[in-house]
Design a protein around this ligand. Structure first.
Ligand SMILES: Nc1ncnc2c1ncn2[C@@H]1O[C@H](COP(=O)(O)OP(=O)(O)OP(=O)(O)O)[C@@H](O)[C@H]1O
Ligand SMILES: [Mg+2]
Length: 217
């Protein structure tokens, strides 16, 4: 593909992403009425729009990674504030279906340096995964792990299947359902963050359910 074509696709993806973002904001202004006939299609429309936004963000990210331009734009952010916003997003998507809570470790600093929009993208995908697979609850945590700021999303799903866990140690991660892109992107984004030679990391494991741990150096 010629480079200027790629630029055109990137511009198109960017515009579609922004339009869908506006659509989500419009859907958010429609009040909840407590009737499944009214609320459920709205929730589905919001989730679908949100997923399309993510897809386009991922496509833009591939474009950047391919042209060697995936450089996190690092700034100081408040980890706890981001945690609250993630919880709000999760809660509004889960409604009454799942219980959502948060946990903040004692050692979490007031500020940490990272690319907020990239990290959010990775974590929101993890939240969507939990929404899709969890039985009854999902928890989002911020803590310090091995000297890194760690965001953890854990749920009470059946846990990651073996091929996904194997992917952590080099497997392809491509399962029968879904694209498997979300977790691959999360890893790409974690590893693109570095601090004095130390890179970020994605750790996936199972406890009561799936545990998604995203480490930022
Ligand atoms: N919380 C979870 N509990 C159980 N299985 C999970 C969980 N999250 C992910 N998985 C499994 O890992 C697979 C890969 O997840 P990933 O987010 O990479 O892709 P996806 O959700 O299938 O598609 P995409 O995120 O690209 O829309 C899923 O298809 C699912 O089988
Ligand atoms: Mg996913």
């Amino acid at each position: 593909m010629k480079f200027d074509n790629l630029d055109l696709y990137a511009a198109l993806m960017h515009e579609l992403k922004n339009n869908l973002g506006l659509l989500i904001m419009t859907l958010d202004t429609i009040p909840v009425q407590g009737h499944p006939d009214h609320d459920q299609p709205l929730d589905e429309a919001r989730l679908l729009s949100q997923r399309s936004v993510e897809r386009l963000q991922q496509a833009l990210l591939i474009y950047k990674a391919d042209s060697g331009e995936l450089h996190p734009v690092v700034d100081a952010y408040a980890p706890v504030e981001m945690l609250r916003e993630l919880r709000d997003t999760a809660q509004s998507l889960a409604r009454d279906r799942l219980h959502v809570d948060t946990l903040v470790g004692d050692q979490v600093p007031t500020l940490w340096f990272f690319d907020r929009s990239l990290v959010e993208m990775a974590l929101i995908n993890a939240i969507h995964n939990s929404l899709a697979h969890s039985r009854s609850r999902l928890r989002i945590e911020a803590d310090m792990v091995d000297g890194c700021l760690a965001y953890t999303v854990r749920d009470d799903s059946a846990g990651y299947p073996d091929h996904i866990l194997a992917y952590g140690s080099g497997g392809s991660g491509h399962g029968s359902a879904g694209t498997g892109l979300g977790l691959r992107f999360a890893r790409l984004i974690a590893e693109a963050h570095d601090n004095n030679g130390r890179h970020g990391e994605l750790r996936l494991f199972n406890e009561e359910g799936a545990v998604f741990r995203f480490l930022l150096p």
